[in-house]
Design a protein around this ligand. Structure first.
Ligand SMILES: NC(=O)C1=CN([C@@H]2O[C@H](COP(=O)(O)OP(=O)(O)OC[C@H]3O[C@@H](n4cnc5c(N)ncnc54)[C@H](O)[C@@H]3O)[C@@H](O)[C@H]2O)C=CC1
Ligand SMILES: O=C(O)[C@@H]1CCC=N1
Length: 264
């Protein structure tokens, strides 16, 4: 039995991925704070939705998907109810395995995960790190759960906040870029729907080339950048506006925010 505690955007994305990967609804228990949310989850997925204590009691794997700010109270709520040997998987940004271990007591195995919303299309990037009491078998269990919904990479826990900034938040940066490029299309007089189509297909094509060609992004960009042509005119403006420096600062800020989150 797998329990997902706090089934909001990320919890539901993981729940839907587990169902697509072939887990039966009766093998999953979810929890939600609001009754109407619980009802929606029951209807959508046919899973059992109970309270946190009940879900924690009966699960071998417990996925914690509440906001970092709600983690301490959730851990206090479930600590007395954990079955011996249950694996705790936390997907919360910033929350360390040490934070979870200290609040659950005993030698509880904890795996920290940072995934992202492309879980919804089985293209997640999930990075995982073992806590003090998590064994190879526990890491493997986390990998088995996450690999049907995307790529999984093991990283040292010291890199989790950086990974949160890069791939956890990463999809948002691309959506933001698409918004900006569509606005540029509007500025040039393009109909909105056509602009969105052009930009979306360009980003999908570029992403697939990047993933499947094995080429470095610089080589792929240079292939688009004709001497004296249009692309270099655009790149010159991006450089003038220090867009690369903005990305460095932005992702560093996300990393710093991840570090702060567990303390509220
Ligand atoms: N949204 C994203 O792209 C990603 C989110 N995360 C992490 O996932 C976690 C959840 O984030 P979101 O899904 O975006 O937030 P959200 O607000 O959509 O989901 C959190 C859910 O937990 C519920 N909740 C809070 N306390 C609860 C409790 N005691 N018992 C049961 N349910 C409770 C809330 O009602 C809410 O539905 C966060 O820790 C975040 O850092 C990680 C990777 C990506
Ligand atoms: O914005 C956040 O805090 C969460 C963590 C990574 C993506 N979304």
């Amino acid at each position: 039995m797998i329990a997902i505690l706090g089934t909001g955007k990320m919890g539901e994305a993981l729940l839907s991925g587990l169902v697509r990967a072939g887990l039966r609804p009766h093998e999953i228990t979810a929890t939600a704070r609001r009754p109407e949310r619980a009802e929606a989850l029951r209807e959508r997925y046919g899973v059992r939705v109970t309270d946190n204590a009940e879900a924690a009691k009966s699960a071998e794997t417990i996925i914690l998907a509440v906001k970092p700010q709600d983690m301490a109270s959730l851990l206090a709520e479930i600590a007395p109810h954990l079955a011996a040997g249950s694996l705790i998987i936390s997907v919360a940004a910033g929350v360390t395995t040490g934070f979870v271990e200290a609040r659950l007591g005993g030698e509880v195995p904890v795996v920290r995960v940072m995934s992202n919303t492309p879980v919804l299309v089985d293209e997640a990037m999930s990075v995982i790190s073992a806590g003090e009491h998590a064994s190879e078998a526990h890491l493997k269990r986390a990998e088995d759960l996450l690999s049907p919904v995307g790529k999984v990479l093991r990283i040292p826990e010291s890199q989790q906040d950086a990974a949160t900034a890069l791939s956890g938040s990463g999809p948002a940066y691309f959506f933001y870029l698409v918004e900006a490029m569509v606005d540029a299309g509007i500025l040039l007089g393009m109909p909105r729907a056509a602009a969105l189509d052009m930009v979306t297909q360009s980003i999908v094509g570029a992403a697939i080339m990047l993933r499947d060609s094995g080429e470095h992004p610089v080589i792929l960009r240079e292939a688009v950048t004709s001497p004296g042509g249009t692309t270099i005119a655009a790149i010159a403006e991006l450089e003038r506006h220090k867009v690369r420096a903005a990305f460095l600062d932005a992702i560093e800020a996300a990393r710093d925010r991840s570090r702060q989150l567990a303390s509220g």
